[in-house]
Design a protein around this ligand. Sequence first.
Ligand code: PMT
Length: 692
Amino acid sequence: MLKGKKIVLGITGSIAAYKAALLVRLLVKEGAEVQVIMTPSAKEFITPLTLSTLSGRAVLSEFFHSESGAWNSHVELGLWADAMIVAPATAATIGKMAGGIADNLLVTTYLSMKAPVLVAPAMDLDMYAHPSTQRNLDILRSYGNHIIEPAEGELASHLKGKGRMEEPQNIVERLRELFFVKGPLAGKKILVTAGPTYEKIDPVRFIGNYSSGKMGFAIAHECARAGAEVTLVAGPVALPTPHASIKRVDVESARQMHAASSEAFRACDAAILCAAVADYRPSQQADKKIKRTDENMTIELEANPDIAASLGAVKREGQLLAGFALETNDALSNARLKLKKKNLDFIVLNSLEDKGAGFAVDTNKVTIIDDSGATEYPLKSKAAVARDIVAHLARLFMMLVLLFAPLTIEAQELNATVSLNTSKVQGTNTEVFTVLKDALTEFINNRRWTEYTYEEYERIACNFTFVVDGYSDDGSFTCSLMVQGSRPVFGSTYSSTLFKYEDKGIKFTYQPYDRLEFNEDNLDNNLTAVIAFYAYLIIGLDMDSMGELGGSEFLNRALNIANNAQNLGDSGWRAGSSNNNRYTVIDDYMNGAMEPLRRLYYKYHRLGLDTMFKDAEAGRKVITECMTMLQEAYNNRPLAYITKLFTEYKQDEFVNLYSFEGGAAEKQGVVKILSEINPSQSDAWDRILRTR
Ligand code: PMT
């Protein structure tokens, strides 16, 4: 999955720098190209020679090459990279990144970085816990950077606590997830315009308006968070670029905005035009400051291009175009007129008659209008309004997919990505791994696990990531398996995780070109039994999410496999051997005590998440109600592992759902339940409470 990816690895002066060598090796082994940048103090802990040998590239550290005087271009590195990892990241470097203190090559490269950034802190426990460090990490999070929380354990100071840099294997895993995780706008290119335009009268005066750019920047931010590649054409505003991956083009006049937008739109899938563009500009622009006289003065104005209308005129099939309407009277009818006249797919109406809406404020009150009708939203933060707009856009993209999709396709149920990480078993013949990966992909994706006919777009996305812990030439394997299944959220391209679990110590034998056989009633192959178990479990949970307890047939099949596999010599099947193995996971799901959790699957996904894309507030309320069902399942069996597991794989979703939405009492109620079930994720739950 990392093959061909270009990674900038920033190393800072921490005792954990020695782990960077393994990190480079793992990345290179996965096929990534790695460019190491070291801060001067990092060189006290590990030599550049070690890292350049492992990465196959000269390590960069200074702004200029000492002998040739050549400039090490951080700008080019920012454009070159697919991702940047800062590991280990000291408190000092985190502070500099948060504050934009560009006094070394690592930080200047970070500031120029167009790609996602992962930060793996390493420091003493008190430094890590200090409010200053935590505030800086929050700032990095708000820039869209991914913080890889340090682990707990013995630190260089011999104290025990949180501060150890995460293990290189796990950092690589996070990187893989980053490339795999798809937001609702993943793969889409979106143009956003924002801010006012200034139309020059003379060198010191202009015609402009009160737009601050806040609304447009919030939309650009939300599109980037949703996985889109965003070009932000910004008029003169005093706002920082809201997300590291956004390409920003600064302009001043309407004509400049027109040129930049027309250029960008050609390559885009959609545009959201939020800028307050001046409709007129002075016909003449004086070279010198116009002097005051006692006479009245008239400025002749001529029409500026209508950017929205000109993009509407060249819009291709499949491209989507959205505009804004800022009205002071007859709001709805004027907005509808603009929707038609400019050939828009939807228009976002905001009216200056509404208190707290429009220019400069941090809130807005909008109505989204398209051919199917008008949806009015309450007053919200501009960030929340941006989320509603992105959800609407994602829904329209989904409808386009459905429109162009063939009606019925004979498709199997699972759409799995299989990967095999073999970094732990070196020096062995790699053919077996390639062949096994292909065989597994074929086995999982081409087999019909049910009698139902699935549409192509209904196939369940899942990941089977094997880490080969041991292999010998007689074909015997010991593996860990990270298995994850997710379901699409109706009306968007966002996927919600249904199940994610790490299964350790799986033993099986495989020789190249062995056929992978599976017979549910006569299990004789541990590998295919494990795969079939998870296939049925994921299908069952997917069906539970579609209709209340709808997946019983498939969950029962998974239970059947667990019962019949007791003699396959794998402790993961053994009843009662642990509260965290395959047998207990399925036994828990099928136990009446856990029924509230299974009922929750339907309510949470079908009535909660699916609704959110039409009405975020209503959907979230349903999800909050689901917390009571989770609590009920937990109270029924506090030691059952699956309630805890559920909170783990839904953790990011919960944080996203509640961080910026919901009242204080609602958040506290949710966090109380989550903290009781899973106190080990207290950092995440605190994040829900910390944000406004
Ligand atoms: O920037 P903020 O302070 O956060 O304020 C946000 C906002 C009020 C500016 C924003 O929410 C908004 O309403 N933007 C559109 C303002 C506007 O120019 O509306 P309009 O009704 O005049 O234009 C209709 C649409 O045509 C808009 O999408 C506009 O971008 C576009 N347009 C207008 C004129 C023109 N010459 N070219 C255009 O493309």
